[in-house]
Design a protein around this ligand. Sequence first.
Ligand SMILES: Nc1ncnc2c1ncn2[C@@H]1O[C@H](COP(=O)(O)OP(=O)(O)OP(=O)(O)O)[C@@H](O)[C@H]1O
Length: 255
Amino acid sequence: MNAQSTQEYTNNDYLLSVEHLTVSFDGFKAVNDLTFYVDTGEIRVIIGPNGAGKTTVLDLLCGKTRATEGSVKFKGRELTHMREDQIVHAGVGRKFQNPSIYEDLTVFENLEISYPRGHGVFGSLFFQRGAEVIDRVREVAEMIFLADHLDQKAATLSHGQKQWLEIGMLLIQEPELLMLDEPVAGMSVAERRKTAELLHTITEGRSVIVIEHDMGFVEDIAHKVTVLHQGKILAEGSMEKVKSDPAVIDVYLGH
Ligand SMILES: Nc1ncnc2c1ncn2[C@@H]1O[C@H](COP(=O)(O)OP(=O)(O)OP(=O)(O)O)[C@@H](O)[C@H]1O
């Protein structure tokens, strides 16, 4: 093994190793020399003021934005040179802020289309609906609290149910790392509570990275919190620790 490949596999203890990750937009470093590690089974929450670089970090991890420098290793594989679809295939799922579900299809059909063998809308037209798929759709629908809504058109779901459906569409692909950008924005208190329950259920054998502004929700879900400020880590640790950090109170929580 040469020196470079030895270095590439240094942090296999973690599901995700992000090291010295940097992206520069015309000289402005939106993410600046970021290093953090995520364990299997961990729920990591990224918080920080507007413009801190939170969404850009997820964009870098899922391949939507190319890193200028640094490395992202997922199960020991370098992701920074892979295309978005290759990263999805490697086991990384990303949910954006606005749900991208098919409103005219039922809950069942939305989940079925997302089943890996379905290969999107066109592939699924020629796709035999086997018992295996039906079982998996039912199992995921149960997890996302939509088992009694399988025949309902997605358009008629509440805002919270649509968010859960999209999480379900990712879960059916069995990602080992799931990234969620503000999953409870616009949800009722009851829906937030159920979403926290859902996140705790789905971390069995996988990790979740969540960007969130709702501190009550962060307290409910976070195993560890990373606070970003101006593209850098300001603080990291338990919610308890981060909450009482004067620098965090100064730039974020005190506002
Ligand atoms: N493609 C881009 N080109 C130029 N600047 C960008 C680009 N993407 C993000 N930025 C800038 O990078 C900074 C970080 O943005 P980002 O959206 O990651 O912040 P954020 O922490 O997610 O903020 P918010 O909480 O408001 O969503 C901002 O100043 C933003 O204007």
